[in-house]
Structures are given as structure tokens and as C-alpha cells.
Design a binder for this molecule. Structure first.
Ligand code: KIV
Length: 271
């Protein structure tokens, strides 16, 4: 805590110090004020306003439909709930792939309109010019390699990436390019643990894994998955820390019963 009684903010610099000290970084997604506040109070280091909001908040099958305006809405809600964590926001599909000027414009809108601290975007060599331009404006960038859900129609499937040597080699060289360009961290999604460990050892910036094994510098999960709100999604890498599906449907069921039976409200619950 600082003298003012507020928790000291996590910065990109703090994350790099954590890697250097061998301390694992804990990152989770959040998309709204109330859950972001809880996750921040619990002591998370990084909150990702992921474009997975497209799936878990809006019910879309993929991350592609979510818009920049919608991401800014989610991000500004999260920022209002957070005192300590670093807030990173995904640049949504179609807002940075066209050209670097468009990418910079999208990143500036996120930073200005939401108050977030950094952006994340998917890809390596093919988006390096955009990353460079965003960085020149002083906006920290987190990279994302391996399974990149915005390219799902190119991959055709959500299976583990980079099992073949050619793709693994491309990923290794993309990671070095992202570091050289100035990214402050990289997410590696759903790749073999051995490859992820080698990438993490080859760069000085933190590597945060999801389905990438334990020998990286930190872990990220989608909050709704680890809290057991979404029960249909159970990949091997997902550890469930709660069963909120059961807790919420149980609570709502008891409320319905009480309303129907006339038990709620009772005399103490009225004016
Ligand atoms: O959008 C998201 O939630 C993500 C994580 C899976 C890393 O990008």
C-alpha cells in the first residue's frame, strides 16, 4: 500500500521486474465494473478486457463480431472498477489489420475513451508495422501468438498450434520480432509446453501462457471459464476454481420458489 492507502499500481515495468525476479504473473479477463473490482481486490496483476467478451458477454460463436465501440464500453467499465491491476484491452478484429494508421487510430481511441493502460493484438510479422506505429505514440503493446482466435476461419479449428516444426519456427521468430519491436509482453495460446518454455527463455519480456504449460512467466484464463459460469467449455488447460453455474442457478431457483410460495418478502423485508 502507498501512503495514501491505495494499492501501488502494476505497470509494464513491474511486470518486467517480476519476470527478472522469477515471480509468476497472474492475469484474468474481465469485461464489467463489478467483476473487475472483485478480481482487482483479490490481487490480480493484469486484467485483460479480452475480445472473448464477444463469446462470453454477447454469446457470439467467435471473437470476430465485437466492435471497437463495444470494446471501449467494456474497457471503460473495467477501468472504473480497478485500483491496482494493469488493464490491457484487445484491439478487435478488423481495427488494426488494414494498415498501421488505422491500427494507431484504434489504439488511441481505446486509450483516450476507456482510460486503459495498454492494448493487445494478435499476430507476428504481418502486424509488426502496426505494432511499431502504436508504440511510437507511447501506447504499450502486448503481443499474442499461437492460437489467435481472430484467425479462426483461416485455421478452421481450435486445436493446439505450432506442433509442426515450420510453424514452431515461425512462432519463435515472431516472438523475437515482437520483443525487438518493443512489446512489453506476449501471450502464447494453446501451443506445446516445451515450445512455450523455449520462447519464454529466449526473450527478456514476460510471456503469459494460456494452454502453454507452466514454464512461462505467467498465466491467463477467461474469468467466466475458471469461475465455472460457462460449463460447456472444458479444454484440458482449464482449471475450474468455482462452480458459479450451480451457485447461481441454485440461488435463482430458491428465489423463484420463495416468490411463488409467498415466503418472500416476509415482514422484516418490507416497510
Ligand atoms: O480474448 C481473450 O480472452 C484472450 C485470452 C484468451 C488471452 O485473448
Amino acid at each position: 500500500m502507498t501512503q495514501a492507502g491505495k494499492a501501488k499500481r502494476v505497470t509494464t515495468h513491474v511486470l518486467q521486474e517480476m519476470k527478472a525476479a522469477g515471480e509468476n504473473i497472474a492475469m484474468l479477463t474481465a469485461y464489467d465494473y463489478s467483476l473487475a473490482r472483485l478480481v482487482d481486490h483479490a490481487g490480480i496483476d493484469v486484467i485483460l478486457v479480452g475480445d472473448s467478451a464477444s463469446n462470453v458477454m454477447a454469446g457470439h460463436e467467435t471473437t470476430l463480431p465485437i466492435t471497437l465501440d463495444q470494446m471501449i464500453y467494456h474497457a471503460s467499465s473495467v477501468v472504473r472498477g480497478v485500483e491496482r491491476a494493469l488493464v490491457v484491452v484487445d484491439l478487435p478484429f478488423g481495427t488494426y489489420q488494414g494498415n498501421s494508421k488505422e491500427a494507431l487510430g484504434s489504439a488511441i481511441r481505446i486509450m483516450k475513451e476507456s482510460g486503459a493502460h495498454a492494448v493487445k493484438l494478435e499476430g507476428g510479422k504481418e502486424v509488426i508495422e502496426s505494432i511499431g506505429r502504436i508504440l511510437t505514440a507511447g501506447i504499450p503493446v502486448m503481443g499474442h501468438l499461437g492460437l489467435t482466435p481472430q484467425s479462426i476461419y483461416k485455421f478452421g479449428t481450435y486445436v493446439v498450434r505450432a506442433k509442426e516444426e515450420a510453424e514452431a519456427e515461425r512462432l519463435r521468430s515472431d516472438a523475437l520480432l515482437l520483443e525487438e519491436a518493443g512489446c512489453f509482453a506476449i501471450v502464447l495460446e494453446k501451443i506445446p509446453a516445451e515450445l512455450a518454455a523455449a520462447v519464454a527463455a529466449s526473450v527478456r519480456i514476460p510471456v503469459i501462457g494460456i494452454g502453454a504449460g507452466g514454464s512461462v512467466d505467467g498465466q491467463v484464463l477467461v474469468l467466466h471459464d475458471m469461475l465455472g459460469i460457462n460449463t460447456e467449455f472444458h479444454p484440458r488447460f482449464l482449471r475450474r476454481y468455482a462452480d458459479l453455474h450451480e451457485a447461481i442457478t441454485g440461488a435463482v431457483g430458491r428465489y423463484i420458489e420463495d416468490v411463488r410460495s409467498g415466503d418472500f418478502p416476509n415482514k422484516d423485508e418490507q416497510y
